[in-house]
Design a protein around this ligand. Structure first.
Ligand SMILES: Nc1nc2c(ncn2[C@@H]2O[C@H](COP(=O)(O)OP(=O)(O)OP(=O)(O)O)[C@@H](O)[C@H]2O)c(=O)[nH]1
Length: 206
């Protein structure tokens, strides 16, 4: 008899970390930077809604993101304690996540590629985290997949606000970014814009 109830794929959450001081951007909110008239945060939502079931935006200032209220499957939460960096953002976002697996994204990645995100989800298996890596020293923990339970456990007992310490403690698998060149030849998905000059450059050159 055919299987009438095939295994449902795991519910997927994306967390966009939209806080930070943006010192290198002159104190500006990078998620409101625009690429060709569209804000980074809108571009991220448009990309991620094609590959996850819900999106959680963790904002330093929830009010500033209030125009995203009402978008299907997009939730906005505030940092519980401000100024703790990305780990602080995760402390607010992870408890809200319904997904067993979570894509964690920075807010300053305007060229996020949904196929790359999908491929990361496909690698999950028995690991706590799947982290793209350029080499041993340069890794992409804010363009990575995490198992929710592992994050919950880590965030309950962590002693450091360092992302590097977190991925070191988790059972992480590192994947060379080169694995994604077939779908994103220039690896644009990993581009992150920290400075006004970099913003100007992408809007004039690309
Ligand atoms: N929710 C939340 N996100 C944060 C926090 N700190 C950093 N982030 C996010 O984490 C990502 C990486 O942050 P960075 O670019 O390293 O730091 P930044 O503070 O945004 O920028 P700089 O001050 O220039 O270092 C960005 O998407 C930030 O928005 C925070 O305290 N809360």
């Amino acid at each position: 008899m055919p299987d009438e109830n095939p295994a449902k794929p795991a519910f997927r959450t994306a967390i966009i970390l939209a806080g930070g001081e943006g010192k290198r951007a002159g104190g500006r909110d990078k998620y409101f930077f625009s690429y060709r008239g569209e804000t980074f945060i809108t571009r991220l939502i448009e990309c991620l809604e094609t590959v996850v079931d819900e999106i959680i935006i963790v904002a330093k200032n929830e009010e500033k993101c209030s125009h995203f209220y009402g978008i299907d499957n997009v939730h906005i939460v505030s940092d519980i304690i401000k100024g703790r960096g990305p780990i602080g953002g995760l402390q607010a976002g992870v408890p809200e996540a319904k997904g067993e697996v979570i894509f964690v994204s920075a807010c300053d990645m305007p060229f996020l590629n949904p196929e790359v995100v999908n491929r990361l989800f496909d690698q999950m298996n028995e690991y706590d985290a799947i982290i793209p890596a350029w080499d041993e020293d340069k890794v992409e923990p804010l363009h990575a997949i995490y198992r929710r339970d592992a994050l919950v456990k880590y965030l309950k007992s962590h002693k450091s606000l360092s992302l590097r310490a977190m991925i070191h403690e988790l059972h992480s698998k590192y994947i060379s970014v080169e694995e994604f060149r077939d779908i994103d030849p220039n690896l644009m998905t990993f581009t992150n814009i920290n400075k006004l000059e970099e913003l100007e450059e992408i809007n004039t050159k690309i």
